[in-house]
Ligand binder design. Structure first.
Ligand SMILES: Cc1cc2nc3c(=O)[nH]c(=O)nc-3n(C[C@H](O)[C@H](O)[C@H](O)COP(=O)(O)OP(=O)(O)OC[C@H]3O[C@@H](n4cnc5c(N)ncnc54)[C@H](O)[C@@H]3O)c2cc1C
Length: 376
């Protein structure tokens, strides 16, 4: 078999595509990864790399819980279980407690805290909060290193990885009617199945095949402080009211806040978003005032958002041989490992080990969809 005639062509070598390729190969499939740049050069390498199982719905909790377990067992993951602290406004507190109860029922060691107790993790201004939650196994990883480890595992399992190879066109009907023909800068590839793991570009990749995959890019900024004096370890903290998050990165802090209007292909770090972010951050964490800002260590990247901010996983309905693992909406690092196992099962027509029915493409066919899960 030539590398250009494969069971599955995986488009994208971010953490999702790399992990999927490894899991597909483990199931005996011939896999080719097509990456237009380098592994982790898309959103994966720009991520804040937080991992949390604190979600409100079972599929999201389980995808993260299983992924975190896998990362915890991989020395290359850089997993640091420093915990996630959620600061929850009064109007969301009842709903949030139900989410924590579900997490606990599924075996996640999250706990509810009063704002006073949560101040043991870091000082903050508690006005407007109904309560807090903390999960000690949440934390962060090294998404870049993890992706390269998945690429290594995939190659060892027989996967071919073509970097600097954009897919430029996709036609159905290779192999006598079934399958796909992909045009790439290295020539045509025939594949029985295509797995779309193109992150923020998944909508564009779908369009190459005439498919409507509702994934849009949304720019996100990560601001970096100078070294803290005195030093302070800060777990990943989310203020659900303002959307501000922050965590330690070495002796500094990184922090950010989503701008809901910043949707589309907008390049570069938007410094105009610093003031609204800082204003909200200082209201909650007044001690940040003295931290200073390291402009050169700040960065930006694209979230890959869907209409309900949930991933699109599994087979494309009515389209033979097309699988989606995209639209993670800012949660792709924390869910990639389990999503890859699910997709490999799906590709082999086995039942997924996590019920992903709520995350299938079919939900868009029924009309507008909304989700109340914890987004950020
Ligand atoms: C600032 C920021 C902070 C974030 N923080 C977190 C966090 O704390 N926790 C978390 O879980 N997630 C976070 N995310 C989201 C996370 O980075 C993504 O969900 C995740 O990286 C998605 O991985 P992926 O492999 O699907 O996509 P990507 O890493 O974007 O990979 C897709 C790949 O597809 C390739 N590609 C695109 N088009 C083509 C084509 N035509 N041909 C060939 N290749 C193509 C691209 O080059 C790219 O390498 C954050 C994202 C940003 C930007």
């Amino acid at each position: 078999m030539s590398a250009a005639d494969v069971d599955v062509a995986v488009i994208g070598a971010g953490i999702v595509g790399a992990a999927c390729a490894w899991r597909l190969a483990q199931r005996g499939l011939n896999v080719l990864v097509l990456e237009r740049d380098q592994p982790a050069s898309g959103s994966t390498g720009k991520s804040a790399a937080g991992v949390r199982a604190q979600f409100a719905s079972e599929p999201n909790i389980r995808l993260s819980q299983e992924s975190i377990s896998e990362y915890a067992a991989m020395p290359q993951s850089g997993y640091q279980p420093g915990g996630y602290l959620m600061l929850v406004p009064e109007h969301h507190w009842v709903e949030h407690q139900a989410g924590v109860a579900l997490q606990q029922q599924l075996g996640v060691p999250s706990e509810l805290l009063t704002p006073q107790a949560a101040q043991g993790h870091l000082p903050f201004e508690p006005s407007g909060l109904g309560g807090c939650s903390f999960c000690p196994t949440d934390g962060f990883v090294d998404a870049h290193s993890l992706t390269f480890e998945y690429v290594r595992l995939a190659r060892d399992a027989g996967v071919t990885v073509w970097t600097e190879t954009p897919v430029t066109a996709i036609r159905p009907g290779a192999s006598g009617g079934a399958g796909w023909c992909l045009e790439t800068s290295r020539g045509d590839v025939r594949a029985t199945q295509v797995l779309n793991a193109a992150g923020a570009w998944a909508g564009q990749v779908g369009a190459l095949a005439g498919l409507d995959i509702p994934v849009r890019p949304a720019r996100r900024m990560v601001f970096t402080t100078g070294p803290l004096h005195p030093p302070r370890r800060v777990p990943m903290v989310f203020d659900l009211e303002s959307g501000v998050w922050l965590r330690s990165e070495g002796e500094r802090l990184i922090f950010g806040r989503a701008d809901p209007a910043d949707v589309g292909w907008r390049e570069g770090l938007d410094w105009a978003w610093l003031d609204p972010t800082l204003e909200a951050a200082l209201n909650r964490f007044p001690w940040l005032e003295t931290a200073g800002l390291d402009r050169r260590a700040s960065w930006w990247g694209y979230y890959e958002i869907t209409p309900d901010h949930q991933p699109i996983l599994g087979r494309m309905p009515g389209v033979h041989g097309w699988l989606n693992a995209c639209g993670f909406s800012g949660h792709g690092v924390m869910q990639a490992a389990a999503a890859a196992r699910v997709l490999a099962q799906e590709a082999c027509e086995d039942a997924p080990f996590i019920n992903i029915d709520a995350l299938r493409y079919e939900r868009f066919l029924a009309g507008a969809v909304v989700s109340s899960d914890i987004q950020l």
